[in-house]
Design a protein around this ligand. Structure first.
Ligand code: F0G
Length: 441
């Protein structure tokens, strides 16, 4: 089908074969060629100034749906949405810590901390739009495959909407905090004896055969929400784009969403220049980095293994969309070793910010790109931290409390008798330790 009359506010299209579908079509893929769909909006009928003024006014409003870091941008996210399912979400901080300038070699690194979202990851931005769309089209149940964050987010938003949720996660490799969330929010949680790629295949099949609405990031409405990470950081920078935006990459939904956000922001005059994207994978789960190294001559798949379970993905679903994002932004893709991720994570944690392992890939990746001379020290860089420190307490306790012999940064808990003398002794050690850390800086 193709729309020949005046276009609706939004519609879906397949970039592969050009087929177009209505906004309300629930199918997860193009029914003609099986490709992934994209949401298109009619360009906003407001001038740049009018649009920016609206975004600014809403940002200053009382916390609530209009001020949500997603729905504040509704004209370019889902203009036809009426009632929305919103926590609200977004409004995450841009942080600066000198210790991380030193680690990465940059004059000034900014961190966009998406762990400050309601369920502790950036997924809430996509999920508020995805679940809103599920309600609009009358879905009776929702599902996703996940490495843990998508499922936690889906569970929370489905609970708010009163929709039954079925989540599929790889048995034994989901971080503790994420699994606990999906149980607590009431999703039916299936521990699949396989990896994430198996879970996604199964979720797609369930959606096609059982009619349950699929809310993985192959669903293009999810990406409309995730675009707002970029929109919000641009707004926080008064619409002066940075030189680089660095993000961790797994299933590549976020890389695709960032590319779309930048393409549209540029096309609609919100920014006069497009930042470069740097997508960072873990070396043991780096099929996209392999393809980038061959100028995207072919699509790779791998059997994924990394300590950063959120991005333990070997066959990323949004590959084609992400290739476009990297090409259009003159971007780069790289892989960093688990040791580099853990070192960056320890530095992010130690300066009081904290993040989950996958998030630290963006800081490790920034450091690697500065070392290789791809990013110059005086360039303006925003690295995205995608998830909260407490998502993965298991890895932290193992590192600090249980690893033998204790690694250099280990902060062992100390059990004491209930006596002031013991507290005094430990206070002395804490002060000595504090001085050592300060002099290292
Ligand atoms: N960082 C975190 C914390 C994530 O949870 C994910 C993906 C990513 C980065 C990578 O984003 O997949 O869009 O390239 N987590 C998904 C999930 C796969 O199921 O929670 P991506």
């Amino acid at each position: 089908m193709r729309f020949h009359t005046e276009r609706p506010a939004s519609w879906q299209a397949c970039p592969g074969c050009g087929n177009e579908l209505t906004e309300a079509d629930p199918r997860p893929r193009c029914p003609v060629c099986g490709g992934l769909l994209e949401v298109h909006h009619r360009p906003p009928d407001l001038t740049r100034e009018e649009l920016l003024q609206r975004f600014t006014e809403r940002r200053g409003q009382q916390p609530g749906v209009p001020a949500s870091g997603v729905w504040r941008f509704r004209e370019i996210v889902l203009p036809s949405a009426g009632e929305v399912v919103s926590h609200p979400e977004g409004n995450t901080p841009l942080l600066h810590r000198e210790a991380l300038d030193r680690l990465t070699g940059l004059d000034r690194l900014l961190l966009k901390h998406e762990g400050h979202n309601p369920t502790g990851s950036f997924k809430d931005r996509g999920m508020t739009v995805g679940v809103t769309q599920a309600v609009r089209i009358g879905a009776t149940a929702v599902t996703c495959a996940s490495t843990g964050n998508t499922s936690a987010s889906l569970a929370a938003y489905a609970a708010q909407a009163g929709l039954p949720a079925l989540v599929l996660v790889p048995a034994g490799s989901v971080a503790l905090g994420k699994l606990a969330q999906s149980l607590a929010y009431g999703a039916r949680t299936l521990l699949v004896r396989g990896d994430f790629d198996d879970c996604l295949r199964l979720a797609e099949e369930a959606s096609a055969r059982l009619g349950v609405y699929l809310l993985n990031s192959i669903n293009p409405f999810r990406l409309e929400g995730q675009k707002t990470i970029v929109l919000e950081l641009l707004q926080q920078l008064s619409w002066h784009p940075p030189d680089w935006i660095v993000l961790p990459a797994g299933n590549l939904g976020n890389t695709a969403a960032f590319g779309k956000a930048l393409r549209e922001a540029y096309a609609w005059g919100l920014i006069g220049r497009v930042p470069r994207l740097a997508a960072v994978q873990a070396a043991g789960a780096a099929p996209f980095a392999l393809s980038f190294a061959e100028d995207f001559a072919r699509r790779h798949t791998v059997r994924a293994e990394t300590v950063a379970t959120a991005i333990r993905i070997g066959d990323p679903a949004s590959y084609d969309r992400a290739v476009r994002a990297i090409r259009e932004t003159d971007g780069v893709v790289l892989a960093v070793e688990d040791e580099e991720i853990l070192e960056a994570k320890a530095a992010v944690d130690r300066c009081g910010v904290g993040c989950e392992p996958a998030s630290a890939a963006s800081v490790a990746g920034t450091r690697a790109l500065v070392t290789r001379g791809v990013i110059a020290p005086d360039e303006h860089v925003v690295a995205v931290l995608t998830g909260h420190l407490l998502k993965d307490p298991g890895i932290l306790l193992h590192y600090h409390r249980d690893t033998e012999p204790p690694p250099p940064g280990a902060n062992r808990p100390v059990e004491i008798e209930p006596e002031l003398a013991a507290v005094e002794r430990e206070l002395g050690k804490a002060v000595t330790l504090g001085k050592a850390v300060t002099s290292e800086r």
